[in-house]
Design a protein around this ligand. Structure first.
Ligand SMILES: [Zn+2]
Length: 76
């Protein structure tokens, strides 16, 4: 018998808000993204092992890392 383990990363868009980008200095829509890495067994996601948040510019695509508190404050 063998078990097939792996990891899968899923990106979910939690919301968006307009703002000025710190990279391209354009006023554009920014997406708040959640990146969740899950442990899989036979390609079935079982549990989340890592979760991170970022704010991505809709103009240039650059992302800034966010903490959970920052992400909650932006979407509140
Ligand atoms: Zn930008």
């Amino acid at each position: 018998m063998f078990l097939l383990f792996g990891f899968k990363t899923a990106i979910r868009i939690l919301g968006s808000r307009p703002g000025t980008c710190q990279y391209c200095h354009q006023y554009a829509q920014h997406r708040v993204e959640e990146r969740a890495t899950k442990l899989t067994v036979f390609f079935i996601p079982l549990l989340t092992v890592r979760r991170s948040y970022s704010l991505r510019c809709g103009n240039c695509g650059q992302a800034t890392a966010l903490t959970r508190e920052q992400q909650n404050a932006i979407l509140a």
